[in-house]
Design a binder for this molecule. Structure first.
Ligand code: OFO
Length: 174
C-alpha cells in the first residue's frame, strides 16, 4: 500500500481532533437538553456524539493500517450555554458545514497527491456522510421553526428524537 504522505498524515491527525471535538460539542448540547427536561433531544445528541467517535475511529484505523502513528491533539472546551433548542440545532448545522469544508480540503489534498487509497477508500464515504450530517441537523431546524412557541409540538418532537438509534455498520472495525 502506498505510503501516507506527511501532509495527509498531519491533516488526518487534525481531522481526528475535529471529529472528537464534534463528539464533545454534541455531548455538551445533550447535557443542555437534559437540564431543560428534554430527554429525547438529549438522547439524539448523545447518539450524534457516538457517531462522531466512529468518524474519528475511521481515520484512526486508516492511519494505523497505513503504518502511520496517530497523534492525538488537544480538544478545546465546547460551548455549553444556548438560548433555545432552535439555537442549538442551528449551531449544530453550522458546525456540520464547517466539518464538510474540512472533509473537502482532505479530498483536495488526497487528489493532489494521487492518494486514491485515501480519496476513494476513506474520504468518499465521508463526502456522502456529510450530506446526511447536514440534512439531519437541518431537518430538526426546519421542524423547530415550524413548531415555533407551541409546547405540544416541542413535546412531540422530543418524543420523536428520543427514538433515534445508533447503527454500527456491519463492517465497522473498532
Ligand atoms: Fe463527523 O460529522 Fe458530524 O461533525
Amino acid at each position: 500500500m502506498a505510503e501516507l504522505s506527511d501532509r495527509l498524515h498531519k491533516k488526518m491527525n487534525e481531522q481526528i481532533q475535529e471529529e472528537i471535538f464534534s463528539a464533545y460539542l454534541y455531548y455538551s448540547m445533550s447535557a443542555w437538553f437534559e437540564t431543560k427536561n428534554l430527554p429525547g433531544f438529549g438522547h439524539w445528541m448523545r447518539c450524534q456524539a457516538m457517531e462522531e467517535m466512529m468518524h474519528a475511529h475511521r481515520f484512526y484505523n486508516h492511519m494505523h493500517e497505513r503504518r502511520r502513528a496517530v497523534e492525538l491533539l488537544e480538544i478545546k472546551k465546547p460551548e455549553y450555554k444556548w438560548g433555545s433548542p432552535l439555537e442549538i440545532y442551528q449551531a449544530a448545522f453550522e458546525h456540520e458545514l464547517h466539518i464538510t469544508g474540512k472533509i473537502h480540503d482532505l479530498v483536495k489534498i488526497a487528489n493532489e497527491e494521487n492518494d486514491y487509497t485515501a480519496e476513494v477508500g476513506l474520504l468518499q464515504w465521508f463526502v456522502n456522510e456529510q450530506i446526511e450530517e447536514e440534512e439531519s441537523t437541518d431537518a430538526v431546524v426546519q421542524k423547530l421553526n415550524m413548531i415555533g412557541e407551541d409546547k405540544t409540538g416541542l413535546y412531540q418532537l422530543d418524543k420523536e428524537l428520543g427514538m433515534r438509534v445508533v447503527v454500527v455498520p456491519p463492517l465497522f472495525k473498532w
